[in-house]
Design a protein around this ligand. Sequence first.
Ligand SMILES: Nc1ncnc2c1ncn2[C@@H]1O[C@H](COP(=O)(O)OP(=O)(O)OP(=O)(O)O)[C@@H](O)[C@H]1O
Length: 247
Amino acid sequence: MRRSPALFAGESISLDLGGREILRDISLSVAPGEVLGIIGPNGAGKTSLFEVLSGRMRPKSGSVRFRGSDVTALPLHARARLGIGRTYQTPVVPDELTVGQTFKAARQAYKPYLTRFDAEYGAELVGLDVDAEERTSSLETLNRRKLLLACLLMRRPALLLMDEPAAGLINSEVDEIDHLIRMLSKEMNVAIIIVEHRIELLETIADRVMVMDAGEVISEGSLADILADPKVHAAYFETVEEGALDG
Ligand SMILES: Nc1ncnc2c1ncn2[C@@H]1O[C@H](COP(=O)(O)OP(=O)(O)OP(=O)(O)O)[C@@H](O)[C@H]1O
C-alpha cells in the first residue's frame, strides 16, 4: 500500500530521565487522516514518548517534524498553535470554572481569539450536551473528556496526540470515543496518534500499530501482524497476566 507523505514524524528519538535511558532510537510518522496506535506494557515509555512529541520534554537526541519543519525546540504551547493537540490520560478540568467559562478561556487562550461559534462547533463535534452554567467539577469522566477535546477541536488541529482516551469509561462510552476518533480521522482528515491499553479499541480505529517495550519499538504493522509477532507476546507475557492479548 502506498502511504501519503507524513504530516508529523519523530526521528530517532532518545530520552534520558533521572540518569536512566527511557526512550531509545524511536521513529514514527503519521499521515493526514491516519490513526497510529501505540501499545506496550506498563513502563514501556509511551507517555514519555508523548511528552517528547507534544513538546513537554526535549529529547536527548533525535527530532520531531511537523509539516516538514523541525519543531523539536518548540514548547507545547507553540506546537499547539501550529495545530498539534494533546489529550491526557486523566481528564483534568479547571475545577473552579463552569463549562461556559472553560470554553471562554479556551477561546481566548491565544490569538487569534475564537468566537462562540467556534466553541459551539467543538461542542457539537464531540456531542457535549451539558448546561454552560454547570461546574466542570460536577461532570462525569466522559463529559470531562468531551469538554477538553472540544476545547482542542475548536482550533481545528491537524494532529491529535491522545493518551488513553478511553481510560475510566464504560463500554458504551468507549464506543462513543471510538466513533469520534473515526469521524475525526476519516471525515475530517485529522492525523491521530493514540496510546491505548485496550487492544480491542485499536482493532476498530487504528490503521497501524506500534508496540513499545522498555523504551524501544519492538514491532510495527497491522494489528494482525503485531498480534502474530512472538516478540510482542514475549513482552506482554513477561509483564502482564496471561491472556491479555487474546481475543
Ligand atoms: N520524570 C521521570 N524521572 C525518572 N524516570 C521516569 C520519569 N518519568 C517516567 N519515568 C520512567 O520512565 C519509564 C517509562 O514511563 P512511561 O510513563 O513513559 O511509561 P508508559 O508506557 O506510559 O507506562 P504506563 O502504561 O504505565 O502509563 C518508567 O520506567 C518510568 O518509571
